[in-house]
Design a protein around this ligand. Sequence first.
Ligand code: IFM
Length: 464
Amino acid sequence: MLFTRNDFGEDFKWGVSTAAYQIEGGHNADGKGPSIWDSFTGKKKKIFNNDNGNIACDYYKHYAEDIALIYKLNIPNHRFSISWSRILPNGIGAVNHKGIDFYNRVIDFCLELGIEPWITLYHWDLPEALQQKGGWVNREVIHWFSYFVDCCIKYFGDRVKYWMVLNEPMVFTGAGYFLGVHAPGKKGLSSFLAAAHHAAICQAEGGRIIKSLRGECKVGTTFSYSHIEPYRYNNEKDVKAAAKVDALINRMFIEPLLGLGYPTADLKILDRIERFMHPNDEKKLAFEMDFIGLQNYTREFVSYAPLMPFVKAKIIKASKRNVEHTLMDWEVYPPSIYNALKRLHNYKEIKEIIITENGAAFNDSFEEYRVEDFKRVRFLQDYIAQVLLAKREGVKVNGYFVWTLMDNFEWAEGYYPKFGLVSVDFKTQKRTVKNSGSWYSCFLKNALAASKECRNEESEKIIL
Ligand code: IFM
């Protein structure tokens, strides 16, 4: 399919996404307090290769170079998150003005270059001081989070128009409070359900606070959303198992936000959230966002698994199915983004969808002065083509952000899976634009040229 940037319309938002802990480094610089990721990565055997984000891409020092690179790549929107404990070292109370200054410099430099800053308030790095009091499991988190949101809007709301409240609540509560494979490493159904319920209230509450302080801002929140299929369509148990997994990983956070409540009909176990509900919570869970951030990477096949606790279902990994997959073992399946868009479009309560993340980790090939990643170029082209297909069919999608600007700290997987448009040499902090970065840049610049022009060998090999 041939397409150009123009096919998406002038108002379509093109961007690149990042997150504080994954790129900033400066883990204890200038008064920053520790976050749960600083503590978690400090423990042995939690992260591949015992990696951590202490330095990461050192964006704390290199932000100007990186924002200049975004500019050079013709990318008009930069999504990044605020490290809560950089501006509030104890999570609540005294503000660290050096932390505030850092984000002011980032925002001001973006604006100076004509790049629109998009801020995610919470991308998983809870202040450790708050985890000591129970973190997301403690209902007080609603108060702590409100204080943080208030503080961000007070200091940055005059210049930042686009806000996202949470990044993928299913992932940070599921991996962090149920499976224990992400910070803070807690396990169990009860801690998960409490954390999830409080996060679901916070996502709505965050929206309410932003709108009440700055009605002119555009507010959204983001969700991981995969296309789900039963492993065997002719097996009733697999079909039911797929519906359960869909309710858990796709619907559990978005539906209460839309005023539809938790999807308990398809996942009985969610009834147990009742224990954590206070009077009026049903109402508190709902809020009308300006946009919904869709984060799609893959599709999942689900089979019935009687021994799996609670859901009695399991995901069959892409490598087991012998299909093309990324280093995360996620199937490369471009229609997954089309299907996810179509499904979200069916919720009449959603006003607009922005794809706030999409991308892939592959084994790039390192030459002397270049980093070749033709698989990622193809991946982006094919997924973006599916977005256009959905848009042409009337889906209310109005933005696409690549995950991610540069190779960075990929949580439990450390630095091994590389998702960047730009490669980072973590010893020297040298940045090298990959083919995918050159292709995206060319696509964004040549609004009038057919994308085919950006596909030919020459332009794919531009080194900026
Ligand atoms: O790196 C993560 C990001 O922090 C959240 N969404 C998925 C990405 C790739 O795993």
